[in-house]
Design a protein around this ligand. Structure first.
Ligand code: C2E
Ligand code: MG
Ligand code: MG
Ligand code: MG
Length: 286
C-alpha cells in the first residue's frame, strides 16, 4: 500500500489496519452509511502558475470524517469502494461537493476552478457523463470551470471505451487532465487521442528531480512532449524552493505541492488565499 502522507494532523491508518479481508464487508457498510450521513468531505489543494504564483485552480481531494477513526485519507478506503457499486455514489458526491463549492465561491466573486479525480471504475461507469452534467446543472457551474483528472493507467485499461467517455466530456467543454503521468505504460498512439488539456507529472519524478539527473531528464522530456502536443504541464508534489526553481527553468506551467499549499479544508484554504493575495487584488480567471 502507498505510504501515508500526514497533512493537517490526519490520522494515518493503513488499509490493512482498518480493513483486513474479514472487515471489508463492514468497511463497505460503513462507507455506505458515510455517504448517507455526509461524512465525506473534500480538501482543496492550490495549483499555481510557476512563473507568477497566481492561483490557477484547486484539486478536490476526498477525505472521510470517520466517527471513530478520525479523518481518513483516500488511500485507506477508496480501494474498497473501487470494486463495488459504491464508487458511483462516491464520485457523484465528490462532484456535488466540488460544484457546490464553486457556486459558493462564484457568489462571493471568486471564480475558482476545481479539479475532481475520476477513479478507473467511474470512468467505465455508463452513468458518469450524466452524473457530471447533473452536478454542473444543479449548482449552475459552467463546464469549463470543472476539470476532471484521469490517470493514464485508467485510460489504458480499455482505451476505446475510455476515449468514448472522455471525448463526450471534452465535447461538453470540460477540461481534462492526465494524472500521475509517467507511472503507467501507455502507448503514445493512444495518448495522442485523449482529448486532454494538460499532463500532470507524477510526484515520484518531481520529488527527486533536484538530486537525480535522470528524473530531471524525465521531467524535461515530459514538459517538451506536452508542449509539442499543445498541452499544459502541471508538476505535482513540489516540496521545496529548489524544485520550484528547476521547474521554472524547464518551462513547467503549473505546480502543486506542500511547498505551495497542502490540501486544506475550505476555511483553511480561504485563509491561505487571503494571506497571499490581499482582498482588493484582482484574481486571474482560470
Ligand atoms: P492524486 O490525484 O495524484 O493526488 C495527489 C496526492 O498527492 C494527494 O494525496 C495529495 O495530498 C498528495 N500531495 C500533494 N502534494 C504533495 C507533496 O508535496 N508531497 C506529498 N508527499 N504528497 C503530496 P491524497 O489526498 O491522499 O490522494 C491520493 C490519491 O487518491 C489521489 O492521487 C487520487 O488518485 C485519489 N483521490 C483523491 N481524492 C479522490 C476522489 O475524490 N475521487 C477519486 N476517484 N480518487 C481520489
Ligand atoms: Mg489528481
Ligand atoms: Mg496526481
Ligand atoms: Mg500522483
Amino acid at each position: 500500500h502507498e505510504a501515508k502522507s500526514t497533512s493537517s494532523g490526519l490520522v494515518t491508518l493503513t488499509a490493512a489496519e482498518i480493513a483486513p479481508p474479514s472487515d471489508r464487508v463492514r468497511l463497505l457498510g460503513e462507507l455506505r452509511r458515510a455517504l448517507e450521513n455526509d461524512e465525506l468531505v473534500v480538501f482543496f489543494q492550490p495549483q499555481v502558475e510557476v512563473t507568477t504564483g497566481a492561483l490557477c485552480g484547486v484539486e478536490a481531494l476526498v477525505r472521510w470524517q470517520h466517527p471513530r477513526h478520525g479523518l481518513l485519507l483516500p488511500g485507506s478506503f477508496l480501494h474498497v469502494a473501487e470494486n463495488t457499486a459504491l464508487v458511483g455514489p462516491l464520485t457523484s458526491r465528490v462532484l456535488d461537493l466540488a460544484c457546490a463549492q464553486m457556486q459558493t465561491w462564484s457568489a462571493a466573486g471568486r471564480d475558482i476552478s476545481v479539479a475532481v479525480n475520476l477513479s478507473a471504475r467511474s470512468l467505465y461507469d455508463r452513468r458518469l457523463v450524466h452524473q457530471v452534467r447533473t452536478s454542473l446543472d444543479r449548482y449552475s457551474v459552467a463546464p469549463g470551470r470543472l476539470r476532471l483528472e484521469v490517470t493514464e493507467s485508467a485510460v489504458m485499461h480499455d482505451p476505446r471505451r475510455a476515449l468514448a467517455v472522455l471525448t463526450e466530456l471534452a465535447d461538453d467543454g470540460i477540461p481534462l487532465s492526465l494524472d500521475d503521468f509517467g507511472t503507467g505504460f501507455s502507448s503514445m498512439s493512444h495518448l495522442r487521442m485523449v482529448p486532454a488539456r494538460e499532463l500532470k507529472i507524477d510526484r515520484s519524478f518531481v520529488r527527486d528531480m533536484v538530486r537525480e539527473p535522470d528524473d530531471a531528464v524525465l521531467v524535461r522530456s515530459t514538459v517538451d512532449l506536452a508542449h509539442n502536443l499543445g498541452l499544459a504541464v502541471v508538476a505535482e508534489g513540489v516540496e521545496d524552493e529548489q524544485t520550484l526553481r528547476q521547474l521554472e527553468r524547464l518551462g513547467c506551467d503549473v505546480m502543486q505541492g506542500y511547498h505551495i499549499g497542502r490540501p486544506m479544508r475550505v476555511d483553511e484554504f480561504e485563509d491561505w488565499l487571503e494571506a497571499r493575495a490581499p482582498v482588493h487584488s484582482s484574481e486571474v480567471p482560470a
